[in-house]
Design a protein around this ligand. Sequence first.
Ligand code: ACO
Length: 308
Amino acid sequence: MNAGLIGVGKFVPPHILTNEDLEKRMDTSDEWIRTMTGIEQRHIADDDTDTSHMAYQAAAKAIEDAGIQAEEIDLILVATVTPDRPFPSVATMLQEQLGAKHAAAMDISAACAGFMYGIVTAKQFIETNTYKNILVVGVEKLSKITDWEDRNTAVLFGDGAGAVVVGEVSEGRGILSFELGADGSGGKHLYQDEKLIMNGREVFKFAVRQMGESAVNVIEKAGLTKEDVDYLIPHQANIRIMEASRERLELPIEKMSKTIHNYGNTSAASIPISLVDDLADGKIKDDDVLVFVGFGGGLTWGAVCMRW
Ligand code: ACO
């Protein structure tokens, strides 16, 4: 039995904050942000738009796209570092809002790699025939933990949600291989102490190395080679980090997802948001070999190779 993604959905809040808007608030420039990160704008949730609200919007679309009813969901996994509150979890709030009355529910805390942890966890339950439909959501309201006085971090992040339904797919398709990892000794480089604190250079060095390595590892584990890869969706943290992983796979530029200019770094939401946009733009076709790779605070990382 193979686990794959059978439905997708996303939500971003309507309010857009551009680099020019940030120029008015702090000592930065559109040119610096574009060149150093690739970001042009980000979506920011208003005070009334909680993480659970964004998660619900994305999840409802993914369920509809999968052609199932909320009652058919067996498990809800929500990857987030910005839950509405420490508990109850966003996943349980979502369970109620969706009317997914047969679903177990929990949040996953693995920062920007959280969505990878989520779909890999879902895969285990599907492939052991334990559950049939699992909702995995990556969602963040990073604006509420952003230090708007700190230009080193304030320009980087955005809010949004991406969701998938993981279920059974036909032989040879779906998630072919995965890698998850963690290095707690790097936790000091990226953490929340009321607001988000980051040693950008250290995170950058780690990300460039790990994204490339993990992407290569999952391709090998799937019994494939770099030439077999049709499309790469890296966590949208910084265009220079993304480019490093693309170069490691020797892929042409059009074979890498790039949505960071529109959304900034939406942490756990970035890969599923990109997936939704890339599908809508016709960049992913049936039977394509895809690689997803992410990293985040913890430090954590995760990658998946799948046949669409
Ligand atoms: N506008 C203008 N100048 C700035 C800004 C800004 N917004 N921010 C920093 N600078 C300045 C710095 O002060 C520094 O000036 P100096 O040379 O006079 O001291 C100069 O730009 C270079 O700064 P660095 O931090 O050394 O630049 P670097 O090449 O490291 O790029 C960046 C910074 C973009 C943050 C990069 O380090 C990066 O992307 N790191 C990884 C971030 C990341 O991916 N985080 C993931 C978070 S995931 C999660 O779990 C939430």
